[in-house]
Design a binder for this molecule. Structure first.
Ligand code: GRF
Length: 193
């Protein structure tokens, strides 16, 4: 559980690598009164991530860390987050695997969204693998991040039915719609709200 810090919202950074549609849904949620978090920083490893535009639109600070030298990037990142008093991290389509050392520093305070019904289909190409295995259902999962990929404690999941003529891209779209609803709900649950 993420401890609440009293009356003020918990300062949160969202890490992205791509489109950032989950980032936008979290930003919108963070502006509601029921949200226990505020989004104060957007971090990306990819300078071309489209999602960085949301930081601009919503006037949120953003910073790119190349992660070419992961150790160095994580050191700089940790000091940036500390300086900004960031107390929670939401990974949203972030394509780098954070080190055990980094995760330890934010122990129990990093959440991730993954487009499968974990523990099934950890890692990449989840939709392709679910279709190949003729699954009847897939979905999405929000979980706490630990040192093992996509293996931390599950907070919430949403099941989605796979239809007859489902393609990778139709399934990805269908699941993404649910991701946008699930992540805010999972944040509330992580705060016991
Ligand atoms: C989502 O499907 C998320 O579950 C996965 O990457 C995708 C990111 O989408 N980890 P977006 O960048 O939030 O639009």
């Amino acid at each position: 559980m993420v401890p609440s810090t009293g009356y003020s919202k918990t300062k949160t950074a969202v890490f992205i690598s791509g489109k950032g549609s989950n980032l936008e849904s979290l930003i919108k949620f963070s502006k509601t009164t029921k949200s226990p978090i505020s989004i104060d920083f957007v971090i990306s490893n990819n300078p071309k991530a489209k999602g960085l535009n949301y930081a601009k639109i919503y006037k949120i600070k953003k910073k790119v860390f190349s992660f070419k030298n992961q150790n160095l990037s994580e050191k700089k990142l940790l000091s940036t987050l500390r300086n900004k008093h960031i107390d929670m991290i939401c990974l949203a389509g972030f394509m780098k695997i954070l080190s055990g050392n980094f995760i330890k520093k934010f122990n129990g305070k990093i959440l991730n969204i993954h487009p499968s019904l974990l523990p099934k289909y950890k890692g990449l190409n989840t939709h392709k693998r679910a279709l190949r295995n003729k699954e009847k259902y897939s979905g999405c999962t929000v979980h706490f991040v630990n040192a093992k990929l996509d293996s931390g404690k599950i907070i919430l999941q949403k099941k989605v039915k796979i239809s007859k003529n489902e393609t990778e891209s139709s399934l990805a779209k269908k699941i993404l719609v649910q991701e946008h609803k699930l992540y805010p709900k999972a944040v509330l649950k992580a705060f016991n709200l």
